[in-house]
Design a protein around this ligand. Structure first.
Ligand code: GDP
Length: 419
């Protein structure tokens, strides 16, 4: 009801789930980096005092962890959420994306002139720029229409990718690490497999934009079948766009809507077997007008009842907000799971390796101690101290990483329950 709609407008964005998780996992790996450093210092001492306490291979393996951890940290810093938009040319993909970005970033109605992939991602710089394939040079764009101009001048293959780097400070979605990819119209004959291979395998969400006057085409279905073959259980949203067209035939609206719903659900649930019909009807199909949504981005939904908009218009604006909210929930949850679960597991592996290595050394040195005389008392005292310290550190680290990985999932659950 209205509480929910207020939430959509005022509440925290579910995208924060991902951004918080990213900060948390970065902290964890910084800690792991310092445990790795401590362990290396310790092992250097161990090697100096007794070469038999650790094998050369193990020593090298631990030394290499530093490099491994810093690689993981750099991957984490580049981790993001990715959504791919597709559908026939002119169904309104660019308009939907602009509405979500809350700004007219993409050229609208350019049709075949933007017949390639367009990726919008964040930059810390203040000015937007474009990266055209085949060139390493960032071209600055002073105004939005120059994106369209820049693109229409280039001869680009349909499977090439143009990157638009948009200032993070200008747009919330981009600031929260979402990357949006616009695909060339799916009506253009192309090698779908190559598309998927190149740009879709790391996508968290797919959004199919259909025009309400049309239905899902064979090409669109084929694309999604291929996606579902490559990715297990892809997240697919269907947007029935241009729903404003039904204003001309109010008596037909419910009937037409039901027909679209039936066809969409049959495809998502029976054909692709992705989810239950009820779930798909509530969370995966939306009847919207991207054009109206783009025009009214600054209107507060909770005050709509006082505004002059007609009922159907208001419903479409609310529906667009609902879509955005479901989309944000879905993409952040999926990205946290697919991206950070892996990192968490690697972090655990590293800590277990450290822990086992050190425990091994301690056991060995204790055996030696029992067998040997007291000639090494001084070194041993020092070793004992380091051992104790390291056991403590690794135990703490293990505990912490377990706590954090649970915490990440608890936060997922909690954020989702809150809505
Ligand atoms: P794309 O080729 O799929 O990216 O489609 P565009 O976003 O460029 O839209 C094509 C044309 O349809 C433009 O003239 C848009 O203004 C128009 N359009 C997009 N969404 C809507 C909508 O919801 N309602 C109406 N009436 N027109 C729309």
């Amino acid at each position: 009801g209205s509480i929910r709609q207020n939430n959509i407008f005022n509440g925290h964005s579910p995208l924060k789930l991902f951004t918080h998780a990213k900060i948390t996992i970065t902290d964890i790996f910084k800690n792991i980096a310092s445990y790795v450093n401590d362990s290396n210092t310790y092992l250097n001492d161990v090697i100096k005092s007794d070469r038999n306490l650790i094998t050369n291979d193990k020593y090298k393996e631990i030394q290499q962890l530093k490099e491994r951890v810093s690689r993981i940290l750099s991957i984490i810093s580049r981790d993001h959420m990715k959504v791919v938009f597709f559908g026939r040319t002119s169904n309104g993909k660019s308009t939907v994306m602009n509405a979500m970005l809350r700004e007219k970033i993409l050229p609208i109605g350019m049709g075949h002139t933007t017949n390639c992939f367009l990726q919008i991602e964040g930059t810390d710089k203040n000015e937007p720029s474009v990266l055209i394939p085949g060139s390493d040079e960032l071209k600055s764009i002073n105004n939005l229409s120059s994106i369209g101009n820049a693109l229409s001048r280039e001869k680009l293959d349909s499977d090439s990718l143009v990157k638009i780097l948009w200032p993070k400070e200008k747009c919330r979605l981009i600031r929260d690490d979402v990357i949006l990819v616009d695909s060339p119209g799916i009506d253009v004959s192309v090698n779908l497999d190559e598309w998927i291979e190149k740009y879709c395998l790391d996508a968290d969400v797919f959004v199919l934009v259909i025009s309400a006057e049309a239905t899902i085409t064979g090409a669109e279905k084929k694309f999604l079948h291929r996606v579902a073959e490559r990715l297990s259980n892809p997240n697919i949203f269907i947007l029935m766009n241009r729903w404003d067209a039904t204003d001309n035939e109010p008596e037909m609206v419910e009937l037409v809507k039901q027909q679209h719903l039936d066809r969409g659900l049959e495809f998502l649930c029976d054909e692709l077997n992705l989810c239950q019909r009820k779930e798909a009807a509530e969370h995966r199909m939306f009847f919207i007008s991207a054009r109206e949504a783009l025009l009214n981005r600054n209107v507060d939904i909770s005050t709509l009842s006082k505004s002059g908009f007609n009922k159907a218009y208001k419903e479409r604006l609310i529906e667009f907000n609902k879509f955005e909210h479901e989309f944000e929930k879905c993409i952040s949850k999926t990205a946290v799971k697919t991206k950070f679960e892996q990192h968490t597991n690697r972090g655990k592996e590293i800590l277990i390796l450290l822990c086992e290595t050190i425990t091994n050394i301690i056991n060995k040195s204790q055996t030696i101690k029992r067998e040997s005389s007291e000639k090494l008392i001084e070194t041993e005292d020092r070793n004992n101290f380091l051992e104790r310290e390291l056991i403590l550190i690794t135990e703490l680290a293990k505990e912490k990483i377990r706590y954090v990985s649970e915490d990440v999932y608890q936060r997922v659950a909690q954020t989702l329950n809150d809505e």
